[in-house]
Ligand binder design. Structure first.
Ligand SMILES: [Fe+2]
Ligand SMILES: [Fe+2]
Length: 275
C-alpha cells in the first residue's frame, strides 16, 4: 500500500483560490491513505480544511495536530471541534484519540501531536518566545504582562509544555503497545520531532537556545522504549515542525523522517510504499 504524507501545510496562509487548487490537486496523487503530521491551519479553520481534503481525495485520512492548529483557541476547544469532525462516520482519524489504524495486514499507523517540552537544549537560558504563548489560550496567563521572560513566566510555560507533551506520550505509549502486538511495521505520526537528532534545522543541529522549542523528549522516550522492547518490529516516525527535512536512524529498528516545508508552498512529502 502507498501512504502519502503531508506536513506543515499551513493552509491558512494561502489565498482561497490557492488553497482550493492545492486541495483539488491532492486528489490526482496515487496513494491509498493520506497522513498529515500537523500545522494544517489554525483552530477556527483546521476541521474545515481536513473535511475539504477528505472530500477531495475520497480516501482514508489520518492526522495529528501541530502547535499552529491550536492558535486562536485553547487545546481543549480545538480537540472538541476535531472530535465533532471525527465522530461523523467518515474515514477521518485523529490519531491523538488513540486509534491504531490498520494500513495493511502487516502495517499499522499510530500517533499523537507531541509538544516541544524544553527537554533538549537549554530552556532556562532560551530567550525565544513562540507565538504559541500568545495565541494558544492555555499559555496566555504566562504571557500577558510585561515580564514574559521572567523566571516565573518561563517556569509556568515550561509546566504547561511538559504537561501537554506528557499527555501525548502517555496516550502514544498505549497505542504503540497495541500496534506492536499484531503488526510488523508501525508508522508513528507526530508533529514535533521526538529526538534531538531529528530536529533538523537548516541542515544541521539547531542552536541550544532553539532546541527546547523544537523537540519532544516525552514522546521520544516512549517511542524508543517501544522499539527497544520489540526488536523484531520496525518503527518509522514521520514528523515535521522544524520545516527542514532529514532522516536519522535512532535504533536499528527505529528511523525518524522529518519533513521539510515552506510557508505558502505546501507539497506532498515522499510517499511510503509499505507491505
Ligand atoms: Fe509548521
Ligand atoms: Fe509546528
Amino acid at each position: 500500500m502507498t501512504l502519502a504524507w503531508l506536513t506543515d501545510i499551513h493552509l491558512n496562509f494561502l489565498r482561497p483560490d490557492e488553497r482550493a487548487h492545492f486541495i483539488s490537486e491532492l486528489a490526482t496523487a496515487d496513494f491509498d491513505h493520506l497522513v498529515i503530521t500537523g500545522d494544517i491551519g489554525e483552530a477556527p479553520t483546521v476541521a474545515t480544511y481536513l473535511e475539504q481534503i477528505y472530500y477531495s481525495i475520497r480516501r482514508p485520512l489520518s492526522f495529528v495536530l501541530g502547535n499552529h492548529d491550536y492558535y486562536l483557541a485553547s487545546v481543549d476547544e480545538t480537540r472538541t471541534d476535531i472530535k465533532a469532525l471525527t465522530d461523523r462516520s467518515l474515514p477521518i482519524t485523529y490519531l491523538g484519540e488513540g486509534s491504531v489504524v490498520s494500513l495493511s495486514s502487516t502495517c499499522a499507523l499510530v500517533g499523537h501531536d507531541g509538544w516541544a517540552d524544553g527537554r533538549f537544549g537549554d530552556y532556562v537560558a532560551s530567550p525565544i518566545l513562540l507565538s504559541d504563548y500568545l495565541l494558544i489560550e492555555d499559555f496566555q496567563p504566562s504571557s500577558r504582562d510585561g515580564s514574559r521572560l521572567s523566571d516565573a513566566a518561563k517556569q509556568e510555560r515550561h509546566r504547561i509544555m511538559t504537561d501537554l507533551a506528557n499527555d501525548c506520550a502517555t496516550a502514544l505509549e498505549v497505542s504503540l503497545a497495541e500496534a506492536a502486538v499484531d503488526y510488523q511495521t508501525i508508522v508513528v505520526a507526530t508533529h514535533v520531532p521526538p529526538f534531538e537528532e531529528a530536529c533538523w534545522y537548516k541542515g544541521k543541529t539547531p542552536h541550544p537556545l532553539m532546541l527546547p522549542h523544537l523537540g519532544c523528549g516525552a514522546t521520544g522516550d516512549v517511542i524508543r522504549a517501544a522499539a527497544l522492547g520489540h526488536p523484531n518490529r520496525r518503527f518509522i516516525v514521520l514528523c515535521g515542525h522544524t520545516h527542514w527535512a532529514g532522516t536519522v536512524e535512532i535504533e536499528p529498528n527505529l528511523t525518524v523522517i522529518t519533513g521539510g516545508a515552506r510557508y505558502r508552498h505546501p507539497a506532498l512529502q515522499e510517499s511510503l510504499e509499505l507491505d
